[in-house]
Design a protein around this ligand. Sequence first.
Ligand SMILES: Cc1cc2nc3c(=O)[nH]c(=O)nc-3n(C[C@H](O)[C@H](O)[C@H](O)COP(=O)(O)O)c2cc1C
Length: 173
Amino acid sequence: MSLIKLITSGLKGDTKIVNAYYCDISPCVDCRHCWKNSGCAINDEMQDVYKYIEECDNVVIASPIYFSELTGKLLDIGSRLQTYFCGEYFRKEELNIKPKKGAVILVGGGDGKIERAYETACTLLHHMKCYDIHDVVYSHNTNLVPALDDKQAVKGINNLIEFFNGSDKEKSS
Ligand SMILES: Cc1cc2nc3c(=O)[nH]c(=O)nc-3n(C[C@H](O)[C@H](O)[C@H](O)COP(=O)(O)O)c2cc1C
């Protein structure tokens, strides 16, 4: 997705992209292993993603809008955050996740609504311990106008780059 290339080209430090379409990550099957045990019983690529989530400083959820929601593949990955939910509410553990900043980038082929997808993405970001979530960046109507030609979306991406590259100290001053 062109907006992801744009943001990663401006970010300082290392970036890791988890491409929901092509990674090997199954959805949560509610096996309830994590009601009592930390981690997840499904041994797939998500095990690496948990490590990234726990260590990284920032996280971006980027998705095309499908039926006003995040894509099914992205929701599959999101469902695996259930172990964090259970850690907090069932196992009552202190989770070892670095508090981080978060953002959401959405694109829609039509002039559809982003609210539902944005709300879902924010729920997932909260489970990843995002304490500061930037205003959503989105581009509508990409079937007619490519997202990179959408000035408001490109400006939004530049704002996100500043948001992530600036230190918390700079932000609060
Ligand atoms: C299954 C499916 C459902 C979609 N639902 C919506 C929708 O609800 N609203 C919308 O604006 N676009 C919808 N689209 C269009 C996609 O958002 C669009 O194809 C995508 O954003 C294109 O991204 P790109 O311009 O980065 O290639 C849908 C597309 C598919 C394949």
